[in-house]
Design a protein around this ligand. Sequence first.
Ligand code: DHB
Ligand code: MG
Length: 213
Amino acid sequence: RWTTVDTYLLSHSNPPSQPNTGALQHTLTASASAGLPDLAVSPHQAKFMALVCRMMNVSHALEVGTLGGYGAIWLASCNPQLQVTTVEHDAYYASVARSNLEHAGLSSQIDGHHGEVLGGTRPRFGFVFIDADKENSWNYFDLAAGMTKPRAAICVDNVVRDGRVIDATNSHPHIQGGRLVIENAGKDPRVDSAVIQTVGEKGYDGFLWSVLK
Ligand code: DHB
Ligand code: MG
């Protein structure tokens, strides 16, 4: 039912007449054909983040974990003035994303990087989306907090994981990574945070939302 409801909601909140529909659908199809895992952010979450960027008048966003470029295409296509920098560790994923960005006509608005994020230096961003290797979510968060402007927002994906987040004895790095970023962000004097549980076509999960003071 979550998937059926998501489909209904999307058909109205982002109807097929929207100019980005073709590029987004192509990105999903081409990414699946190329063998990428089906782990892209949900359309609702991506559009929500894009609208937050618009509300906050963000000029430069950073995404950690490009996969096939689906999330970056949402952010850019909803915000023509927004420059998106997106970083992908996997060379093959980065090459698929590059082709998807070109197909979407967004190569000049989205700066796709292949390589390491840890230790990099970047401009000061207004929004950061962390959606990469979950065991490093806190490391990315810590770095992002130092690269963002005052009052910038940082969103961390996949921190609830079917509710397994509350199981301190679960040693899976995805669960421990989520707990670490939630607990450290909560103690971090640089930010104020909320965690939102979500259901939909991607199942039951949730995201951490932090705002720099
Ligand atoms: C996984 C990663 C994601 O970014 C996501 O949104 C869902 C699942 C995963 O690695 O299992
Ligand atoms: Mg994710």
